[in-house]
Design a protein around this ligand. Structure first.
Ligand code: NAG
Ligand code: NAG
Ligand code: NAG
Ligand code: NAG
Length: 352
């Protein structure tokens, strides 16, 4: 469905006249190299299956100097992993995780429980509570067997809250009730390697607001129970808009909502989309938005890494989802690094 996007040539924007593209490679050794020097565990990227036949794409995606961690954008979603009941298919997930492992990149697994990209066998049947719990456990048990020790972290539950902080109305909530999140974490802890960090992951929680406070309430509930629900981290997706991105101190405050409870955090899906047409001044603003976001993670003890939600503009999810917006990533359609790439590098180098 996204294959045609790879053929779209986005308009190239010339850099502002005052700014020259740097050439010195020793200054720009790669984002992961610099992120590690700045104290992060990794700088990573999501990888899309639809462009794996593009060698220019894969040579950057699996260049460990740039990316020390990879996440399959879509390949581990339920519709691909269990397309028919109790029939499991790891092809798309493996296409990202195996080359990542070979390249020495950490992997993040994404995701066990979400309300989107579910197979029709699951959504078009009315299940009893017990049936759906059994389906959930069976899914997690099988996938955890396959990727048992492969992933540094696993997004166990994705996007369970609405922006106003109420619980999102999903198949899981309607059928199982609020306990579905705790059950998913308990199943994950039972079947996934004890070394793998189990994460809750969501968007629009990158500042202190009703939604991030609802997630904080969930984790304090989990940690405060007589038998705590096993959760290790909260992922802040960080899908931002040029000029409307959270300020540095807002992101810092949001990260601390979770680290204050001893959880680790990460920015898991960072991108900064621009209302087209793009312009040099918008690229500068986008670069500042990227830089402030990455720097917030660097500055908060317990924020372990940043993952961009792909790095090459033509495969971004943005143009399809937000018509009229795009150019959200660090490499343009011609595989040229954008201003934001160099600004993030420069900021990270300041910590070395
Ligand atoms: C820097 O140059 C080396 C050697 O040419 C190359 O292997 C490496 O990938 C380059 N790093 C980046 C980030 O381009
Ligand atoms: C598994 O998924 C891949 C990728 O979607 C597909 O090409 C293949 O036919 C599937 N395998 C089976 C046995 O359905
Ligand atoms: C935040 O939640 C409070 C009640 O907890 C509610 O009064 C308020 O309208 C909510 N704000 C937003 C922006 O949803
Ligand atoms: C962030 O800084 C701005 C301006 O300096 C200030 O108005 C705001 O209250 C701060 N927010 C937080 C969460 O500290």
């Amino acid at each position: 469905m996204k294959a045609s996007l790879a053929l779209v040539v986005l308009p190239l924007v010339s850099a502002s006249p005052t700014w020259q593209r740097p050439q010195r490679n020793q200054t720009y050794p790669g984002l992961d190299v610099l992120a590690k020097r700045a104290g992060l565990l990794y700088f990573g990227t999501a990888i899309d299956n639809v462009v794996l036949d593009n060698e220019q794409y894969t040579s950057i995606a699996h260049n460990r100097a740039e990316f020390g961690q990879v996440t399959p954008s879509n390949g581990q979603k339920w519709m691909h992993i269990e397309p028919q009941r109790n029939v499991f298919n790891y092809t798309l997930g493996d296409q990202v995780s195996e080359p990542g492992k070979a390249a020495g990149q950490l992997r993040r697994c994404h995701t066990f429980v979400w309300h989107n990209q579910l197979p029709t066998w699951l959504t078009q049947t009315t299940w009893s509570k017990d049936e759906l719990i059994a389906i959930l456990e069976n899914h997690i048990r099988n996938e955890a067997r396959h990727y048992y020790d492969e992933c540094y972290a696993w997004d166990v539950v994705n996007e369970a809250f609405n922006d106003d902080g109420t619980w999102r109305d999903t198949l899981w909530l309607r059928t199982i009730g609020k306990e579905y999140i705790a059950l998913a974490f308990q199943f994950a802890r039972k079947y996934v390697s004890p070394r793998t960090r189990l994460y809750y992951n969501d968007y629009n929680i990158e500042k202190v607001n009703n939604k991030s406070l609802a997630v904080e309430a969930l984790v304090t509930d989990f940690l405060g129970r007589d038998v705590p629900v096993p959760i290790d981290g909260v992922g802040l997706q960080a899908h931002f808009v040029t000029g409307r991105t959270q300020r540095y101190n807002q992101t810092v405050a949001a990260l601390k909502l979770f680290t204050q409870h001893g959880l680790e955090t990460a920015l898991t899906e960072l991108d900064v989309r621009t209302v087209l047409p793009d312009l040099p001044e918008k690229q500068e603003q986008q670069a500042a938005d990227y830089t402030n976001s990455v720097q917030a993670c660097v500055d908060v003890e317990g924020c372990v890494g940043v993952t961009v939600w792909d790095f090459w503009d033509p495969v971004s999810w943005v143009p399809e989802t937000f018509p009229g917006e795009g150019n959200a990533l660090l490499w343009d359609a011609g595989f040229v690094k954008k201003v934001a790439y160099y600004r993030v590098s420069d900021m990270l180098r300041g910590y070395a």
